[in-house]
Design a protein around this ligand. Structure first.
Ligand SMILES: [Zn+2]
Length: 328
């Protein structure tokens, strides 16, 4: 009889939902628990819930399989915000989770989980690692990942390693300057950034500027479905802004593939089609064949966080990282 594979715990803490998973080395999910993030109740409530979901997941699988050789529990956590991966703290964050900025994410989660070793990372880094292991980016050593939702996030994987940068900001593609965002205020405080023009709220605002009536992206999606010219123009404008930005960034990063996810893609197939068309029209000739792949794995960030401590993924941490025993 084959020995069971070791399992890994990961949690993705988003502004609206938190998802905890236990996965094996192949990225197969053995258990998962999700819930709405109590974002308006502050960091302690959010951390309490994440720890509770992780304990539920751990309790629903053969728990010794989750433990390293020194029997410590290892957890990967992906979260919105700028994350210092060495210290596991949230350097800065938008207001999607009250009081999230400055939170000692790794330390506080470890304290709630009886001293578990916790590796923290930005959620798009988790997404990129997950897609690189089990999803659209599988088998690719370099990847540019982008998520388009309430904001626009990004991550860069080069030589199978996520790039962090001097200020923990590498990959923040939403803050590239684009002409479509001229004069528009970005949530980061500056003006003219991609996120202001092409995120979900950016698309809604563009639709309104074109005379459309919309409160949410659902309203714009409805307009796209019924052929409303303003809705289609808003979506195409955002797609063009993202596609040309991806072309520019690809010339700097030279990725094997680009993986794109996030809830704003549901505004209509025109969005992704325009991103692809504008990328192809703008990229260096050697880069026009780089595949743009739509993510189809909603748990990618949690899985990527969990697999940080997989033996096959020597990522994010130094030589002091505990190793996980592999089944013979
Ligand atoms: Zn910005």
């Amino acid at each position: 009889m084959r020995a069971p594979r070791p399992l890994h715990l990961g949690v993705d803490i988003g502004g609206t939902k938190t998802l905890a998973v236990a996965v094996d080395d192949q990225g197969v999910v053995h258990a998962s628990r999700g819930g709405n993030t109590p974002a308006d109740r502050g960091a302690d409530a959010v951390l309490d819930q994440a720890a509770s979901l992780l304990r539920d997941v751990a309790g629903s699988v053969d728990e010794p399989l989750l433990r390293a050789q020194d029997s410590s529990l290892i957890v990967g956590v992906a979260s919105a915000g700028v994350i210092d991966r060495a210290t596991g703290t949230v350097v800065s964050a938008t207001s999607s989770i009250t009081g999230w900025s400055g939170t000692d994410l790794a330390g506080e989660l470890s304290r709630r989980l009886d001293g578990a070793t916790v590796h923290a990372m930005n959620d798009v880094v988790g997404f990129a690692l997950g897609e690189g292991r089990i999803g659209a980016g599988i088998g690719r050593g370099s990847l540019l990942a982008v998520t388009i939702g309430t904001g626009i996030g990004g991550a860069i994987i080069l030589d199978e390693q996520p790039v962090e940068g001097a200020h923990h900001l590498a990959g923040h593609i939403g803050h590239v300057v684009v002409p479509q965002a001229t004069g528009l205020r970005c949530p980061c405080g500056a003006t003219g950034h991609l996120e202001a023009a092409a995120s979900g709220p950016g698309i809604v605002a563009a639709f309104r500027r074109l005379g459309g009536r919309a409160d949410t992206l659902h309203d714009v999606a409805a307009g796209v479905r019924t052929g409303n010219p303003a809705a289609i123009a808003a979506v195409r404008g955002a797609g063009e802004a993202i596609g040309t930005t991806l072309a520019s960034v690809s010339a700097v990063v030279d990725p094997e593939a680009i993986v794109i996810g996030g809830g704003a893609l549901r505004v209509g197939a025109e969005f992704f089609a325009q991103i692809r068309a504008s990328f192809t029209a703008s990229a260096m000739p050697q880069l026009t064949d780089v595949p743009l792949i739509e993510s189809r794995h909603p748990a990618a960030a949690a899985i990527g966080a969990a697999l940080v401590n997989s033996p096959a993924t020597e990522l994010l941490s130094g030589s002091t990282r505990p190793t996980v025993g592999t089944a013979p």
